[in-house]
Design a protein around this ligand. Sequence first.
Ligand SMILES: [Zn+2]
Length: 80
Amino acid sequence: MHPDPPGASSLPRPRMFFWLPTDGQRHAADIRDRHLPSGKLITTLCGRQLTRARGTETEWLWPTCPECWSAAEAHVGQRT
Ligand SMILES: [Zn+2]
C-alpha cells in the first residue's frame, strides 16, 4: 500500500496548463507536457495532438483557440 500523506487529496489544484502556439492559434495543454522534448505529440485541451513548434516573435499575437479557452476557463473554475 502507498497511503497518501495527510492532506494530499484535499490540496487545491493550481492552474495546470500552459499555452502552446501552433499553426496560427494558441492552444492550451497539460502543464505536465511542458517539458516534453520537441517532436513529441502534446495533447491540447481541445483534443488536438500537436508538436511543439519553434517560437516566433509574433506568436503572442495569434488568436486563442476558443475550445482551449473554454476548457481552460472550466479548469480554473471561472465559468459555472
Ligand atoms: Zn485548442
